[in-house]
Write a protein that binds this ligand. Sequence first.
Ligand code: ADP
Ligand code: MG
Length: 244
Amino acid sequence: MSVILEVKGLTKSFGGLRAVNNVSFQVNEGEIVGLIGPNGAGKTTTFNLLVGLHKCDRGEILLRGEPIQNLPPHKVAQRGITKTFQISTLFDDMSVLDNVVVGALLRHNNVPDAVVEARLALEAVGLDPDTRLTASELNVVDRARLEIARALATRPSVLLLDEVMAGQTPAETEETIAMIRRLRDRGITLIVVEHNMRAIMQLSDRIIAFHYGEKIADGPPREVSAHPKVIESYLGRGYAVAAH
Ligand SMILES: Nc1ncnc2c1ncn2[C@@H]1O[C@H](COP(=O)(O)OP(=O)(O)O)[C@@H](O)[C@H]1O
Ligand SMILES: [Mg+2]
């Protein structure tokens, strides 16, 4: 197993608040890593640092050994890291296909090629490329799929998914899990932020837990879900009793 992404001592403050505090971890090629922790733990900020939307105060981000910290977002995307947004940034009045073409233009300098790429990305997430619906007319599940398709169209090696299962029924969650696994089978490495513990346990090869901007656990799902600090800060004692 080779390391594709390495984060060392990553630190980011907003004013006096340390949103991400001296965080280090590695991700192996082809791995699905779950990132968990209470609201405000620093998960989204970590994603934003990884894709260059925030500049880090300290620390290093290495993609296949090459430092990428503080490159602008489009350069990071060209190197192969892309994320979806917890709060949707789709173009509401544009068609489903055009939303994804926007992503595909990162790798293509002409629209016809970008359209081909966008169609493939939509098929990969199970959306009809020929639908006449605009993004605003999609339901919550299809909007999440569209977000993923747009990210996929940039051809990421590492894809960061931020709460894409929020608002999904159990059946929809199962479908999303299957879809994420298919992405991995195509060679994409994934870091997935999700509050649905059943889903994240089922999906992840490994789980990293954050609390107040710090990494408090990192290991196999069963170990992390039984970790005293994770139970204390996030899962609650009821979870420990129910799960074991
Ligand atoms: N752009 C920002 N400006 C100021 N504070 C922020 C900003 N983004 C996040 N924060 C703060 O940083 C902390 C971590 O937030 P976030 O990374 O969104 O947590 P999570 O995704 O784990 O819920 C929170 O206290 C949040 O209020
Ligand atoms: Mg978040």
